[in-house]
Structures are given as C-alpha cells and as structure tokens.
Design a protein around this ligand. Sequence first.
Ligand code: SAH
Ligand code: SF4
Length: 432
Amino acid sequence: MEQKHLVICQSTSHMLRADAILRGHGFQTSLIPAPAEYGSVCSTAIQIDSSRAEEAKKLLKEAKIQLKGIYPYRPRKLSGLMERLKNNIIRDEYREVLVKIEEGEDLDLEEITLLLEPRGSSEEEALFHAADRMRREVVGEYVDLRGAVEFSNWCIKNCKYCGIRKGMKGLLRYRMTEDEIMEVVHQIHRLGIKTVILQSGEDPFYDTGKIVDLIKRIKRETGMLVTLSLGERTYEEYRAFREAGANNYLLKIETTNRDLFTFIHPDDDFDYRLQCIKWLRELGYINGSGNIIGLPGQTARDIAKDIAFFKEMGIHMIGIGPFLPAKGTPFEEYPGGSVDMTLRAVAVTRLVCKNVFIPATTALASIDPGAQAKALMVGANTIMLICTPHRYRENYQIYSNKNMVDLNAALQSIRLANRKPRKGIRIMQADK
Ligand code: SAH
Ligand code: SF4
C-alpha cells in the first residue's frame, strides 16, 4: 500500500477549502477522522499520498489555509495488547488473530469471521478491550454529535424490513417544507453541533433543484457540514448535491450477500447500489455505509464480508444497527438482531477499518437504551440525535419502538462510557 500523509487544519471550514483545493489539483483525497494525537481542532483529516505531501503543503500555504500540519500516517499497532490480556482464557486460534492486531497486520476473511465469534466472556472481553484501545488511539476521547432531520416519510421503495415502505398501510405521510427544515437546522446549529443529517424515504418530490437549494441555504445561513441520506439517486444528482456543498452521504449496503440483498430489496439492484457507493467515493463525499445485523439467514461470515467490504471501499462512516422488526412489514414476525452480535460487529469494524467514524446507532438504543454507551465502549465514536419535529417523528418509524435519542440521552451515554462530547456543544441548552 502506498504511504499516506494526513493534512490537519485549524478548523472545519479550512479543512473543506483545503480538500477542494487539493482535489482541484488532481489529488486523490480521503476524509477520515483526525487521529487523537492532533487534538480536537477539527475532527476530520485529509488523507493524501505521501509522494505529494510537499506539493500539498506549498499549495495550501499559498492559499492561506490555516494548517496545523501535514504528518505521516502510521499503521496502528497495539503494543502491549497481549501482555494486558495474559490472564484472559483465549483459544490459540483467537489469540493468533489478536497478535496480528497487536502487530498492526491486516486480517483475512477467516480471521475476521473468527473474531466475530468469541467463545466465552473472556474472549469477548479481549475483543472489546482491543477495540476500545484502537478507538482511543485512532480517534481519541471525543464523541461527535450529529443532528438528524427526517424530513419526509414518503418512499417509492418496498424494502421488506422498513416501516415506512411504500406498501405500508395506515401510515400518515408527511413532507416538511424548506422553512420547516431550516427551523430545525438552526436549532441544531444553536446547540453547537457541526453536522446536520438530512434523511428521508426515497422521495422524488424533493428533486435535484429542491435539495440543491436546501443545501445552499444551510451552508449560507449556518456553514454546517451537510450529510445526506436520501437513498439511491443518479450520478448527476450526487454530483449536483456535492457541488452545492453536501459533505457526507449515507447509503448503506445493508448486506454484501447478493442473494440476501435481493431477497430483502424487491426493487433494488445490488450492482446499482454498489455503483452508487463508488460514485459517492469518486465525488469526494465522506462516504457513509453500513449494514443491518440479524437479517433472516445472515451468517457471521456474511457480516465479516461486510466489514471487509467497508475496508476495501474506503468507507469513512460505518453505521451498524441490529435488525428491528417493524409492525405491518413482511418481516414483522422475524426475530430482531442481537445486541451482542451488533456490539461485536462494531468492535471488529473498529479493529479492521481503524480510522473511521462509527456511530452508536439509534437502532441499538431502541433495543436497549444502555446499548449506546456499550457501543461507545467497544469502538463507536459518534451519536446521531433525532431532531425531527415532534408532530412528524412518530410517523418516521422505520422500525417499531424507535428510540428518539435526544441531546440529554446522548450526553448520558457519553458520560456512562466515560467519554466527552466534542468541544463546542452547548450543554446548557440541552433542554430547550
Ligand atoms: N431511504 C434511505 C434512508 C432512510 S432508511 C435509505 O434507504 O437509504 C435508513 C436506514 O434505516 C436504512 O439504511 C436501514 O439500514 C435502516 N432500517 C430501515 N428499516 C430498518 C429495520 N427494520 N431495522 C433496522 N434498520 C432499519
Ligand atoms: Fe424507503 Fe429507505 Fe425504507 Fe427502503 S429503507 S423502504 S428506501 S426509507
């Protein structure tokens, strides 16, 4: 693998300008969480090929970008891990994988699968300890908060697991106006949160022009980072959103098992989903994906393949949530995914993908409110707050009994996990 360097800026706006300048000069950039040792100035670092580090420095200085510095990116070793685990009862084959992690070596599919299936609490504790240590070393103590506005529950798709699928009967459908969305965006901004997530069903009513106008308005009025989660669109639309200023896009692969993907998505094509994910990467989005744990017939090996896929595709933000049966869907009678397997998948993803954003998902909090804190303790480093207005949120139940995680709940999980919210969060306003 080519050696990498990281460009660290003094603020998010300088980081975004630096990224645009570098891409404009033909750099292949990748946005990853800034490693812990560079402090909390800007949570995102720009990864570039080491061979062009000097050129990048010169360009960014000329453009008066406030740089903290450009540093070599070192593969992570977890020195002393096995010494710390010497009293854990661990099978030889499991121990061998942990030794590879200690040495900073890459894992193959067999090893990732094995890691996902610890035997007994002692092996599981070893896995969780290693993941927590990796999280601490690569992204540090801070937890990033993002505010989500679920602005439409109209959807043209019929994903079998989803509670707002097109065929859902008796669901009151809503669409928020641009002004309504902006009101929430400003509330999120006032809390000191830097990223807003705009999420909806696949709703063509919000065409390219409407979304572009909305992105531009958010940028103009707040300067926040914009994450989109609008499902599958065309290349031209993804490009228009990116040019309007969108920074992140969340589009989960859900499962990399092609047959399972086809079974759960009556109107989706696996290859098109893959194509969308590749386009998003090409366009320079902070690329968000993820999977669902506990889908019918899914195996540990399937999950291991998902994790290998996230690494191979250079996914920066990985949402891992348990399957939750939604009333009125074809999957309502299926058993839900397990919290334990989800936590293990979070831990293994942290160990394999290392420098990525991993949310403690709303789906986890919906099975067990304490599970968000647990996820933070085994590799997760972000939380998404549900900021959808009360009059709409009950109708955005992609699964039943969704936990409407608010700032207080998130701060509680962060405290329980003995971590800190990223600087700038205005805790005093939590109740407003
Ligand atoms: N329409 C967009 C965004 C909304 S759905 C899209 O599909 O990408 C956002 C996520 O909710 C999906 O990616 C899926 O992983 C998750 N989801 C939906 N129904 C779920 C269920 N019953 N259990 C767990 N996750 C679910
Ligand atoms: Fe629509 Fe997304 Fe639900 Fe599928 S998962 S039915 S695309 S909202």
